[in-house]
Design a protein around this ligand. Structure first.
Ligand code: RP5
Length: 169
Protein backbone atom coordinates (compact mmCIF):
# COMPACT_ATOMS: atom_id res chain seq x y z
CA UNK A 1 0.00 0.00 0.00
CA UNK A 2 1.18 3.53 -0.72
CA UNK A 3 2.00 5.78 2.24
CA UNK A 4 0.62 9.13 3.35
CA UNK A 5 2.98 12.09 3.79
CA UNK A 6 1.90 14.59 6.45
CA UNK A 7 3.74 17.89 6.18
CA UNK A 8 3.38 20.47 8.96
CA UNK A 9 4.40 24.09 8.47
CA UNK A 10 5.71 24.36 12.02
CA UNK A 11 6.21 22.29 15.16
CA UNK A 12 3.55 24.57 16.71
CA UNK A 13 1.05 22.74 14.43
CA UNK A 14 1.76 19.34 15.99
CA UNK A 15 -1.02 19.26 18.63
CA UNK A 16 -3.69 19.87 15.97
CA UNK A 17 -2.26 17.20 13.68
CA UNK A 18 -2.00 14.39 16.21
CA UNK A 19 -5.59 13.21 15.52
CA UNK A 20 -4.50 12.55 11.93
CA UNK A 21 -1.67 10.32 13.17
CA UNK A 22 -4.11 8.41 15.39
CA UNK A 23 -6.68 8.03 12.63
CA UNK A 24 -4.15 6.67 10.13
CA UNK A 25 -2.70 4.29 12.72
CA UNK A 26 -6.22 3.09 13.54
CA UNK A 27 -6.87 2.38 9.85
CA UNK A 28 -3.54 0.62 9.38
CA UNK A 29 -2.23 3.22 6.93
CA UNK A 30 1.51 3.82 6.89
CA UNK A 31 2.57 7.45 7.07
CA UNK A 32 5.51 9.77 7.56
CA UNK A 33 5.23 13.19 9.17
CA UNK A 34 7.70 16.03 8.61
CA UNK A 35 7.99 19.66 9.68
CA UNK A 36 8.75 21.71 6.61
CA UNK A 37 7.75 25.26 5.77
CA UNK A 38 6.86 26.71 2.37
CA UNK A 39 8.45 29.98 3.50
CA UNK A 40 11.27 29.04 5.87
CA UNK A 41 12.48 25.90 4.05
CA UNK A 42 11.19 26.31 0.49
CA UNK A 43 13.83 24.10 -1.19
CA UNK A 44 13.16 21.22 1.19
CA UNK A 45 9.39 21.59 0.69
CA UNK A 46 9.85 21.46 -3.08
CA UNK A 47 12.09 18.38 -2.78
CA UNK A 48 9.54 16.55 -0.61
CA UNK A 49 6.79 17.12 -3.16
CA UNK A 50 8.92 16.34 -6.23
CA UNK A 51 10.17 13.04 -4.82
CA UNK A 52 6.97 11.92 -3.04
CA UNK A 53 5.61 9.64 -5.77
CA UNK A 54 8.96 7.86 -6.25
CA UNK A 55 9.26 7.41 -2.49
CA UNK A 56 6.02 5.43 -2.36
CA UNK A 57 3.59 8.09 -1.18
CA UNK A 58 0.08 8.17 -2.62
CA UNK A 59 -1.33 11.26 -0.92
CA UNK A 60 0.09 14.34 0.79
CA UNK A 61 -1.59 16.08 3.73
CA UNK A 62 -0.27 19.62 4.20
CA UNK A 63 -1.18 21.58 7.33
CA UNK A 64 -0.33 25.22 7.95
CA UNK A 65 -1.67 28.35 9.57
CA UNK A 66 -1.59 32.09 8.85
CA UNK A 67 -0.61 32.76 5.19
CA UNK A 68 -0.84 29.03 4.55
CA UNK A 69 0.91 28.46 1.24
CA UNK A 70 2.31 25.03 2.09
CA UNK A 71 -0.39 22.87 0.49
CA UNK A 72 -0.38 24.94 -2.70
CA UNK A 73 3.40 25.02 -2.91
CA UNK A 74 3.54 21.22 -2.58
CA UNK A 75 0.69 20.74 -5.07
CA UNK A 76 2.64 22.83 -7.58
CA UNK A 77 5.42 20.21 -7.54
CA UNK A 78 3.47 16.95 -7.74
CA UNK A 79 0.41 15.41 -9.35
CA UNK A 80 -0.27 13.32 -6.23
CA UNK A 81 -3.47 14.45 -4.51
CA UNK A 82 -2.75 17.11 -1.89
CA UNK A 83 -5.13 17.62 1.03
CA UNK A 84 -4.82 20.98 2.75
CA UNK A 85 -5.57 21.47 6.44
CA UNK A 86 -5.91 25.16 7.30
CA UNK A 87 -4.98 25.84 10.91
CA UNK A 88 -5.99 28.41 13.48
CA UNK A 89 -2.69 30.15 14.30
CA UNK A 90 -3.43 33.87 14.43
CA UNK A 91 -5.93 36.51 15.51
CA UNK A 92 -7.92 35.64 12.36
CA UNK A 93 -8.85 32.23 13.82
CA UNK A 94 -7.87 30.20 10.76
CA UNK A 95 -9.89 32.14 8.20
CA UNK A 96 -6.58 33.46 6.83
CA UNK A 97 -5.26 29.91 6.41
CA UNK A 98 -8.56 28.63 4.99
CA UNK A 99 -8.58 31.20 2.21
CA UNK A 100 -4.86 30.81 1.52
CA UNK A 101 -5.28 27.04 1.21
CA UNK A 102 -8.57 26.74 -0.64
CA UNK A 103 -8.31 29.54 -3.21
CA UNK A 104 -5.98 27.76 -5.62
CA UNK A 105 -5.57 28.89 -9.20
CA UNK A 106 -7.14 26.63 -11.85
CA UNK A 107 -5.03 23.64 -12.80
CA UNK A 108 -3.42 23.09 -9.37
CA UNK A 109 -6.08 21.79 -6.97
CA UNK A 110 -5.80 21.36 -3.21
CA UNK A 111 -8.57 19.37 -1.53
CA UNK A 112 -9.18 21.56 1.51
CA UNK A 113 -10.82 20.30 4.70
CA UNK A 114 -12.22 22.39 7.55
CA UNK A 115 -10.07 24.62 9.76
CA UNK A 116 -8.25 22.22 12.05
CA UNK A 117 -9.81 19.22 10.27
CA UNK A 118 -6.86 16.88 10.69
CA UNK A 119 -8.97 13.80 11.37
CA UNK A 120 -11.04 14.28 8.25
CA UNK A 121 -7.87 14.87 6.22
CA UNK A 122 -6.60 11.49 7.39
CA UNK A 123 -9.89 9.76 6.54
CA UNK A 124 -9.94 11.39 3.10
CA UNK A 125 -6.34 10.30 2.49
CA UNK A 126 -7.26 6.74 3.45
CA UNK A 127 -10.30 6.85 1.18
CA UNK A 128 -8.08 7.90 -1.73
CA UNK A 129 -5.70 5.01 -1.06
CA UNK A 130 -8.66 2.62 -0.66
CA UNK A 131 -9.74 3.18 -4.28
CA UNK A 132 -7.61 0.16 -5.22
CA UNK A 133 -7.20 -1.49 -1.81
CA UNK A 134 -10.19 -3.58 -0.80
CA UNK A 135 -8.80 -4.40 2.67
CA UNK A 136 -8.42 -0.73 3.53
CA UNK A 137 -11.90 -0.09 2.09
CA UNK A 138 -13.26 -2.76 4.45
CA UNK A 139 -11.56 -1.07 7.42
CA UNK A 140 -13.12 2.25 6.39
CA UNK A 141 -16.53 0.55 6.15
CA UNK A 142 -16.01 -0.83 9.67
CA UNK A 143 -15.11 2.63 10.99
CA UNK A 144 -18.33 4.00 9.47
CA UNK A 145 -20.33 1.16 11.02
CA UNK A 146 -18.76 1.86 14.44
CA UNK A 147 -19.59 5.56 14.09
CA UNK A 148 -23.18 4.70 13.15
CA UNK A 149 -23.53 2.41 16.17
CA UNK A 150 -22.00 5.11 18.38
CA UNK A 151 -24.61 7.69 17.36
CA UNK A 152 -27.47 5.22 17.93
CA UNK A 153 -26.07 4.36 21.38
CA UNK A 154 -25.86 8.06 22.30
CA UNK A 155 -29.42 8.61 21.15
CA UNK A 156 -30.70 5.71 23.18
CA UNK A 157 -28.78 7.04 26.22
CA UNK A 158 -30.45 10.44 25.69
CA UNK A 159 -33.90 8.78 25.48
CA UNK A 160 -33.21 6.93 28.75
CA UNK A 161 -32.13 10.16 30.43
CA UNK A 162 -35.22 12.03 29.22
CA UNK A 163 -37.50 9.19 30.40
CA UNK A 164 -35.82 9.37 33.80
CA UNK A 165 -36.36 13.16 33.95
CA UNK A 166 -40.05 12.72 33.03
CA UNK A 167 -40.72 10.05 35.66
CA UNK A 168 -38.92 12.11 38.32
CA UNK A 169 -40.91 15.20 37.34
C1 RP5 B 1 2.64 28.65 9.60
O1 RP5 B 1 2.68 29.69 10.50
C2 RP5 B 1 2.74 27.40 10.43
O2 RP5 B 1 2.09 26.35 9.76
C3 RP5 B 1 2.05 27.77 11.71
O3 RP5 B 1 0.68 27.37 11.73
C4 RP5 B 1 2.13 29.28 11.73
C5 RP5 B 1 2.96 29.81 12.87
O4 RP5 B 1 4.21 29.17 12.87
P1 RP5 B 1 5.25 29.41 14.06
O5 RP5 B 1 5.59 30.86 14.04
O6 RP5 B 1 4.55 28.98 15.32
O7 RP5 B 1 6.42 28.51 13.76
O8 RP5 B 1 3.66 28.70 8.68
Amino acid sequence: MRKVAIILGSDSDLPTLRPAFDTLRGLGVEFEAHICSAHRTPDEAAAIASSARDKGFGVIIAAAGKAAHLAGALAARTTLPVIGVPLKASELDGLDALLSTVQMPSGIPVATVAIGGAGNAAILAAQILAVDDSQLAARLDQARADMHAGVLAKDSQLQQELKGTESNG
